[in-house]
Design a protein around this ligand. Structure first.
Ligand SMILES: [Zn+2]
Ligand SMILES: [Zn+2]
Length: 429
């Protein structure tokens, strides 16, 4: 019998209302007990002064395999994930080619198992080749274990296609996740439209691009109410989008949403030096938008915090602002970034933050994780809440370095990442 005892930590398990100093016992890869445990076992971790959390979950990452393995692979991304405290990740399907059938889904899962780091899940494409026209093979993908569908990178423009996608996905009880962006409003924009874009002479992406599509989708979800519709709005960035979510949730419309660290910490002003590490989609907005996102998080309107880890080659990011690809690779420092954005200003406490990185995202995608409940897989993240560090992208496990936080001082460090009772990452090794 393989036993692992984590002693004397501050055990935080928001789904079970636990926040106290105690021990956690994992037997044969599964949680056995949370409490004061005096049992003698061979493997003991002393977590004095540390937080013992259910394994963190990131439901929005881009691992670039297949197609762009020089940017990231499932192996390198998985190793980066456990270094960042994530015991489960959900890959986006906009690879080359996209993940759009059963075989593709099985390929991602197999690569994830081979990497033996974090649990690797994937979403499948909503439409074939992400073209927004014909629905992909959602049924087969759901059977193969896809945890939802998205054309992430772009939004589904055609309303009739979106309606069919929502209906179809509900038959398999999986979530439709939307990159809310109306192409008509977004045009060829590369940053937030407004004063800064005007000064820089760069085409902008209006906040309406996000809000128009989110508004439309909420109408569709309302229309289909009564069916088992599950809709998730990805990486919200504008105050107007938050207003729509607030009113929809008040009306009990079954929707969930997520927020990234960059939309909480950076504004459009960061683009002023034409540094492409700040080019991201949806774009960095204004401080007014940041305030609205934080307010929504404080109110409990946001279901999950995600990195939207989007690795790119240095050579691509060195292109001029107009031509460089969108994306920030920040998974490896995302816990510290969320601590800075949300705990330090007093918007959330540790249980609040952990909920949005464990039970919250688990609920969005419908997996039995994110808690320390007896019988669940023994996934744990041990965090030193007081440890400070300086972000050094040169030490990233990820293959990519397109991260604007190089040199930032952050607090809250991952000490150990345990997956199914096995230590898969340790900071002291
Ligand atoms: Zn996206
Ligand atoms: Zn994305």
């Amino acid at each position: 019998m393989a036993e692992l005892l984590i002693k004397n930590g501050r055990v935080i398990d928001p789904a079970n209302g636990v926040d106290r100093l105690c021990d956690v016992l994992i037997v044969d890869g599964k949680f056995e007990q949370v409490g004061k445990i005096d049992k003698k076992v061979q493997n003991v971790i002393d977590a004095t002064g540390k937080i013992v959390s259910p394994g963190l979950i990131d439901i929005h990452v881009h691992f670039r395999e297949p197609g762009d393995e020089e940017e990231e692979t499932i192996a390198s991304g998985s190793a980066a994930a456990v270094a960042a405290g994530f015991t489960s990740v959900v890959c986006m399907p906009n690879t080359r080619p996209p993940i759009e059938n059963e075989t593709d889904v099985e390929y991602i899962h197999r690569k994830g198992r081979q990497a033996r780091k974090t649990h690797v899940y994937t979403m499948g494409a909503i439409t074939k080749n992400l073209e927004g026209v014909e629905l992909a093979e959602m049924g087969f993908m759901a059977e193969a274990g896809a945890l939802g569908f998205t054309d992430d990178g772009k939004g589904v423009q055609d309303t009739a296609v979106m309606l069919r996608a929502l209906k179809y996905a509900s038959m398999f009880d999986v979530v439709i996740a939307q990159h809310c962006q109306d192409d008509g409003f977004a045009g060829n924009g590369v940053m937030n439209s407004g004063y800064v874009a005007a000064i820089l002479g760069l085409p902008g992406i209006d906040a309406l691009a996000e809000e128009a599509m989110l508004w439309r989708d909420i109408q569709l979800v309302k229309k289909l109410s009564g069916n088992r519709i599950r809709y998730h709005a990805q990486h919200l960035s504008t105050a107007g989008a938050i207003e729509l979510i607030r009113s929809a949730k008040k009306d009990s419309v079954p929707i969930t949403c997520e927020v990234t660290p960059h939309h909480l910490l950076l504004t459009e002003a960061s683009c002023a030096e034409y540094d492409t590490n700040y080019k991201v989609n949806p774009p960095l907005r204004t401080s007014k938008d940041i305030d609205a996102l934080k307010e929504a998080i404080a109110e409990g309107l946001v279901d999950a915090l995600v990195s939207d880890h989007a690795p790119h080659l240095q050579s691509e990011k060195e292109l001029e602002f107009l031509a460089a690809p969108f994306g920030i690779a920040s998974m490896e420092c995302s816990l510290g970034l969320f601590v800075k954005a949300l705990i330090e200003p007093g918007i959330l406490d540790w249980p609040g933050l952990i909920k949005l990185m464990t039970a919250g995202p688990a609920r969005v995608i419908g997996i039995d994780k994110g808690t320390l409940s007896k019988g669940n897989q023994g996934d744990v993240t041990i965090i030193d809440p007081d440890a400070e560090y300086t972000v050094d992208t040169n030490t990233f496990v990820s293959k990519s370095r397109n991260c604007p936080y190089h040199g930032w001082k952050l607090k809250g460090k991952v000490e150990k990442t345990i997956v199914g009772g096995e230590i898969r990452y340790s900071a002291d090794k």
